[in-house]
Every structure is written in structure tokens, then in C-alpha cells.
Design a protein around this ligand. Structure first.
Ligand SMILES: Cc1ncc(COP(=O)(O)O)c(C=O)c1O
Length: 501
């Protein structure tokens, strides 16, 4: 843990955030409980005795210490019967969180008990110097709220050049522009971030980018993970250029161990190195519990936390009571506790690592053996980013040269569209790289593209090993067959077709 040196970062707040007033009723409640035994005629809650429910009970996998591999026991893979344990919360019995308050309207940070549960987790894994947690409805909710908290129409934000489209799409509607930063097999390239920031000319491009959105582990879609060294360099660049980092890390707990030794330490999170309060870390239970649970949390400095509360209290309020009960009970001494959560996530990553390896073995046999595609081994997450060796295609062209100063173009987008259609015709869905290309603001095209526009690098598809295991082999067999027929076709029929749009 680094000592905290918080600095004033309030100039990063958006106009919308500055204009937002605290929800006056919630603000009053924060100060109203000034002495024990206060009587209240002030709430707008329905009376809890009229809630048509008095108990919530969850039957979950056991993570007892006596189980070597709780996920294998849960799925039956180790031959034993699944063992379960119960978490419950009742109106009539004491528990880790009072049913009455968790099912009532609460504050924008979540009920204190649930907030404490995620704080304990964050402390255990990241030990941030001086930060505070705010509950969210998952990372989509968390990240989109942060975009609103920080972005003004016309601002530029930075992101990996291929990124999670559902989120890079979101702030476009608020007039935020993207500046894609080059990535390689190790993720975001710090020198490209430095190049863009140091050549940025405010008189030409407008306000300097002040927010970086990045997915550091098992990135979606490329599966790559930033090394500790790159994270340090990126954090230092953030300090030098006054950038805030939105660290969207839903795959943190799915970091694999290829060392063969006992589980090695994952690279430190940006949050764990944040001495100045410029990291806003976004965590989710979606990938280690269930996505339909819709529960996550943001860890940030107190400044951003207070504005997030105002935003929550004027929009979604707080996550649902069921999820807050679940995590509070799960993290309590009568639930899994930190120890049980850690045993579950370690066991889960062992299972996903096994699935990854099964997938890659099929991939070698069915796809890589054709010579028309290859893939790296992802160190985290759920995705394998398949590179299609498009330059081997008989109709591949690089010969379109635009006017002077316009970069050379290839027909990669057209060929990849065709390949995608052929996969669909053959009964296979893969995700084409084109949908993940971070949409660059036209004003910065020269600054970011150089002589190698992203259109020339769309020769990838995203595949996942998180789905049905029985589908892996037949699906990859189709991919191998489609690639073979696509690459070995006669180039006569469409040889003259060269689309440049
Ligand atoms: C990078 C990234 N961020 C956020 C999400 C969404 O997470 P949540 O379910 O917590 O909203 C995903 C899910 O696919 C993701 O890959």
C-alpha cells in the first residue's frame, strides 16, 4: 500500500455534476438521526409490516474449508455430491443486515452493512490508501455513471483501440468523443498514450483528454492483461498529464496461473497504486457470481464518492435489497466470509483455466492447423482473440493509396465482413473486431491513425471459452472449415472487386 497524497481533482467534474444538487430529502436524513430514540414522521416508505415478504433465503454452493475445490464439488466434477449452505435475512430474526432497512429506501451508497462488505473485499485485494466504496447495479451502471460524472459534451476520453463496445458506445450520446490508444498483446501501449498526450494541441483538438477508460485484466474483447510494469507507466502518465483512470475490472478474479507453481500474485490494480485519488475502480459480481444479480461497486476518492451518491440519489437510488442482502450475508461470519469468497474465486479460475485449455486444444486441431488463423493464450478473462491471417487471402489488397497524406488502405473490412457472413451461413456466431473498434472522433484521426488505420487491423474475431463446453469442438470445426473454404477459393470470381468504403 502506498501512502495517500490526495490532491484536488474537482476540475474533472462535468458541468452536469456541478449543477446537480443533492437530493434534499436524502441529505436531511443523513443529519437527522442526531440522538438515540428520535421519533419519525418524516419518511415516505411503506410500513415494513405491510411488505408482503418476511424472509429471503439463498441456497448457495458451500465454500467450506474442508473442500479442496468448491467449484468442482458444486458442479459434481470431483464425483462428490454438491454441498450447499444457506444465507437468509428475516424480518423477525437478527441477521447481518436488518430486513427492515435493506428493504426500505436507503442512501445512494447502499446500506452501510453492504457497503462495509464490499469495502472489506476491496481492502483485502487492493488495500487502497484512502478510498471509499459506492454500490452500483453492476459495471455498466458504474462506468456509465462515471462518464456522466466527468464528461462534458465535446470532451475527449481515452480508451483501448478495441474495447467493450457496450460501454464505449454509451457516452457518445452525451457528446463525448473517443481517442483510441494503440494496444498490442500486452494491452494498452504506454508510449502511444504518451505520444497522443504530448502531441495534443488544444488549439486544434480542443480540451486535452482527461479520462482514460481501460479494462486491465482479460480485456474485452482481446483477452489481454496489462503487466505490472505497464500499469505503473500508465499511472505515472496519468499523473503527468492529469488524467483520471476508470479501471473497469470485472475479470480481476479470473486471472490464470500458467506458472505451474502455486498461485502467483496478479499484477497490482491501478487502485492499489493510487496515491492521488485519480483512479475510479469499478468492480462487479457478474463474472464470479451471476450477471443477473446486477450488483457491483465503485471505489474512489471521497470527492467522487459524494458526487456519485448525488447522482444515484437522483436516479437509481441504490441497488435492490435482494442483492444487498446476498452480499452482506455472504461476507458475514455466518456466510462465506472473505476466506470462502477467496476459495470460491480461486476454484472458479481453476475451472475457467481448464475450459480455456480445452478450448485452445480444440482450436489448435481445428483452426490453427489450417494456417489461416492463430490465437494467443489469454492470461485472464473469458475471451480468445483470434487473428485471421487475412494477408494470405487471394483477394487481399493493399494497393489502394488515397490522395497525398491519406494513409494506405486495405480491403480487410470487406473480407472480414464476408468471412463473418460465411460463419453465420455455416451456423456459427463469432464477434467481429469491427464492432469493438473504439469510434475515433474525426477531429483526431491524424493524431491517432498515423499510416496504419484501424480498418487495416480488423482481422480478428472474439471467441469465448465461457460457454457450453460440448459446443467448443463443433464450433471450432466450423470455423476451421469456413476459413479453409474462404482462403482456398478461386480468386477469379471477385478478383476485380475492391471496395474502399
Ligand atoms: C469490460 C466489461 N465491463 C463491464 C461489463 C458489464 O458488467 P456488469 O454485468 O457488471 O454490468 C462487461 C461484461 O461483459 C465487460 O466485459
Amino acid at each position: 500500500m502506498y501512502p495517500a497524497k490526495p490532491i484536488d481533482l474537482s476540475h474533472h467534474l462535468s458541468e452536469e455534476t456541478r449543477c446537480r444538487r443533492p437530493n434534499a430529502m436524502k441529505a436531511l436524513w443523513r443529519v437527522a438521526n442526531r440522538k438515540p430514540g428520535m421519533l419519525s414522521l418524516g419518511t415516505g416508505d411503506p410500513h415494513y409490516s405491510l411488505f408482503p415478504m418476511k424472509k429471503v433465503q439463498f441456497e448457495v454452493a458451500s465454500t467450506s474449508e474442508c473442500l479442496d475445490d468448491p467449484v468442482a464439488t458444486w458442479t459434481g466434477a470431483d464425483g462428490s455430491d454438491a454441498r450447499t449452505q444457506w444465507f437468509s435475512c428475516s424480518r423477525d430474526e437478527p441477521g447481518s443486515v436488518p430486513f427492515k432497512s435493506v428493504m426500505a429506501y436507503g442512501t445512494g451508497a447502499g446500506v452501510p452493512e453492504a457497503q462495509r462488505a464490499v469495502t472489506e473485499l476491496t481492502q483485502y485485494y487492493h488495500a487502497p490508501p484512502d478510498h471509499i466504496c459506492t454500490l452500483t447495479i453492476g459495471n455498466m451502471d458504474g462506468v456509465t455513471k462515471l462518464f456522466r460524472l466527468l464528461g462534458n459534451p465535446g470532451d475527449h476520453f481515452l480508451a483501448d483501440e478495441f474495447s467493450f463496445n457496450a460501454l464505449t458506445n454509451a457516452p457518445l450520446a452525451h457528446g463525448i468523443n473517443w481517442v483510441p490508444i494503440r494496444i498490442d498483446k500486452g494491452g494498452l501501449i504506454p508510449s502511444d498514450l504518451e505520444r497522443v498526450m504530448s502531441t495534443w494541441d488544444e488549439s486544434v483538438h480542443g480540451r486535452r483528454p482527461h479520462v482514460l477508460y481501460t479494462v486491465p485484466s482479460g480485456q474485452n474483447p482481446t483477452g489481454c492483461t496489462l503487466s505490472a510494469e505497464r500499469r505503473k507507466q500508465i499511472y505515472q502518465l496519468a499523473q503527468r498529464f492529469d488524467i483520471l483512470i476508470i479501471e473497469d475490472d470485472p475479470y480481476y478474479y479470473l486471472q490464470y496461473d500458467d506458472s505451474g507453481a502455486s498461485l502467483s500474485q496478479p499484477p497490482p490494480s491501478f487502485l492499489s497504486m493510487d496515491i492521488e485519488g485519480r483512479v475510479l475502480r469499478v468492480d462487479s459480481f457478474s463474472k464470479v457470481m451471476m450477471p443477473g444479480m446486477r450488483l457491483g461497486w465503485i471505489t474512489s476518492s471521497h470527492l467522487f464518492h459524494s458526487h456519485l451518491i448525488y447522482l444515484n440519489e437522483s436516479s437509481t437510488q441504490h441497488p435492490h435489497g435482494f442483492g444487498q442482502i446476498f452480499i452482506t450475508e455472504m461476507m458475514s461470519a455466518s456466510g462465506w466470509g472473505i476466506g470462502g469468497f477467496d476459495r470460491w474465486t480461486r476454484s472458479l479460475r481453476k475451472e475457467y483455466q481448464r475450459r480455456r485449455d480445452v478450448f485452445l486444444a480444440h482450436f489448435e486441431r481445428e483452426v490453427a492447423s489450417t494456417g489461416f488463423a492463430s490465437a494467443d493464450v489469454p492470461a485472464a478473462g473469458m475471451f480468445v482473440w483470434v487473428e485471421v491471417h487475412i494477408h494470405l487471402h487471394p483477394r487481399y489488397r493493399t494497393d489502394f493509396q488515397g490522395a497525398e497524406g491519406v494513409a494506405a488502405r486495405t480491403n480487410v473490412p470487406q473480407l472480414m465482413d464476408e468471412l463473418f457472413e460465411r460463419c453465420l451461413d455455416a451456423g456459427l456466431v463469432v464477434m467481429p473486431a469491427s464492432i469493438f473498434a473504439t469510434p475515433a472522433s474525426p477531429g483526431v484521426a491524424k493524431l491517432i491513425g498515423g499510416n496504419d488505420p484501424i480498418q487495416n487491423r480488423l482481422n480478428f474475431v472474439r471467441t469465448t471459452f465461457a460457454g457450453e463446453e460440448v459446443q467448443m469442438q463443433p464450433a471450432l470445426q466450423i470455423l476451421g472449415q469456413v476459413l479453409t473454404s474462404f482462403f482456398t477459393e478461386s480468386c477469379e470470381s471477385q478478383a476485380g472487386v475492391f471496395l474502399v468504403n
